[in-house]
Design a protein around this ligand. Structure first.
Ligand SMILES: [Zn+2]
Length: 242
């Protein structure tokens, strides 16, 4: 596992890194990390000082690209009552899902560090025929994650809620990896006989259970460790309605 750690501030960065690494084995539950986050915030060690990108592909989820005949990033209409801004996205996220300790930032209009993905007019695209609504990047070994939202996520309130919920599920999977609940083998697993990563099946299965993407309903009993019905990690999904 190759990782690169960048320090914005040598002194504080080193301390922060030690705090995160030292606590890695001890933090096992969401309430533990909530406490750790509070402690970190209090003493000013956590909060974006270290950036820890894993260079290998297992570290970030592999979003399934949405395929179109022809995608025009300059012709994506923001939905009625919607606002294409980070503050609006954060407001909707907190309203429907709450504030998750393992989600660091929600970005729009920001280049995503994932290879092959580019941003055009706020849209996250691979090419004219492939785009995604959102993406999640694991930081600090899964202790936290950043979410990147595409302009296409803002075409309606339901689309935005679905996309945020989907990406927050990936953030939670990353945190479960940090906690030792999911292994690298689990994170790399694909559904038997398919090319679909289990992490994606779980996120799309949640969407299906919310009334969208029906074809993923058939995986209701196949998710194993990725089951979003696990209340220890996914209680934040309790209150959202569509
Ligand atoms: Zn996904």
């Amino acid at each position: 596992m190759q990782k690169k750690i960048l320090f914005a501030s040598a002194g504080l960065g080193a301390a922060s890194c030690l705090a995160v690494q030292g606590s890695k084995k001890k933090l096992k539950t969401p309430s533990d990390v909530l406490s750790a986050t509070l402690i970190g915030a209090t003493i000013g060690l956590l909060g974006g000082i270290t950036i820890d990108y894993f260079s290998s592909s297992h570290a970030s989820n592999k979003e399934l690209p949405l395929i179109t005949d022809d995608f025009d990033p300059y012709n994506v209409k923001i939905g009625n009552g919607m606002e294409f801004s980070e503050s609006f996205a954060v407001k909707i996220a907190e309203k429907y899902f709450g504030k998750l300790p393992w989600v660091r930032n929600i970005y729009i209009n920001k280049d995503n560090p994932k290879v092959g993905l580019t941003m055009v007019n706020g849209c996250l695209i691979y090419n004219r025929k492939k785009y995604i609504n959102g993406d999640t990047i694991m930081l600090n070994g899964g202790f936290e994650s950043d979410v990147y939202l595409s302009r296409t996520a803002f075409t309606s309130m339901n689309q935005l809620k679905l996309t945020i919920g989907h990406e927050f599920i990936h953030c939670t999977q990353n945190y479960m990896y940090f906690s030792g609940v999911l292994s690298l083998k689990d994170m790399n697993a694909v559904y038997p006989g398919s090319k679909f990563p289990m992490a994606e099946l779980a996120a799309y299965n949640w969407e299906a259970n919310m009334g969208f993407n029906d074809k993923y309903l058939r995986f209701n009993n196949e998710l194993g460790k990725f089951d979003w019905r696990n209340k220890i990690y996914y209680s934040w999904l309790n209150n959202v309605q569509f």
